[in-house]
Design a protein around this ligand. Structure first.
Ligand SMILES: [Zn+2]
Ligand SMILES: [Zn+2]
Length: 178
């Protein structure tokens, strides 16, 4: 399987490297990083000052050359009535997206963002990026949310849940996709 990472807007080298490494490690797949794409025009909602996640998925599906394609963007995303999303994917779809916007640890002391990790900030951020890309690609492979709170497919509405879960699929999820 080939997964294409599609950076949308200014995505750092570190984010691209961490995302690639996590996907390779968990899915034992080939990963390529696409050239930078502009933010999809019309994806910005001026009332919310946020960007529509669906438009980024559409871009990843259209531009990406992998069997699975994941957009990564620093922009703040929303989906339907949810205030924000860390990422979005359709079950068994080819496109997906994650936003790094809300994965950045707070600068003013530990856990003020609700996170529970005690690692250095940069590592906390990398861990969250890795878990979110593995999670969204899991959805594109047909995995739904998992009740195991250590499993990467556990639903994580806040960074607290992201920090609790691990980068790996639990045994049950693993048997479904690997
Ligand atoms: Zn999910
Ligand atoms: Zn699981």
């Amino acid at each position: 399987m080939l997964i294409d990472i599609v950076p949308v807007g200014d995505v750092t080298g570190r984010v691209k490297r961490e995302a690639s490494a996590a996907l390779r490690a968990i899915y034992d797949c080939d990963v390529m990083v696409h050239e930078r794409q502009e933010i999809p025009s019309g994806s910005h909602d001026p009332n919310r000052d946020q960007f529509r996640a669906e438009d980024f998925i559409e871009l990843a599906s259209r531009i990406g050359t992998g069997e699975k394609n994941i957009a990564i963007t620093p922009q703040d995303l929303f989906y339907r009535r949810r205030n924000y999303v860390f990422g979005l994917a359709y079950l068994d779809g080819s496109g997906s997206v994650i936003s790094t916007y809300r994965l950045q640890p707070a600068t003013d002391g530990l856990s003020s963002d609700g996170g529970i990790s005690t690692k250095p900030r940069e590592e906390v951020f990398s861990d969250r990026v890795r878990k979110e890309v593995v999670h969204e690609i899991g959805h594109t492979l047909g995995l739904e949310h998992c009740d195991n709170n250590r499993c990467v497919m556990n639903f994580s509405p806040t960074v607290r849940e992201v920090d609790v879960k691990e980068e790996n699929l639990c045994g049950t999820c693993q048997r479904q996709v690997l």
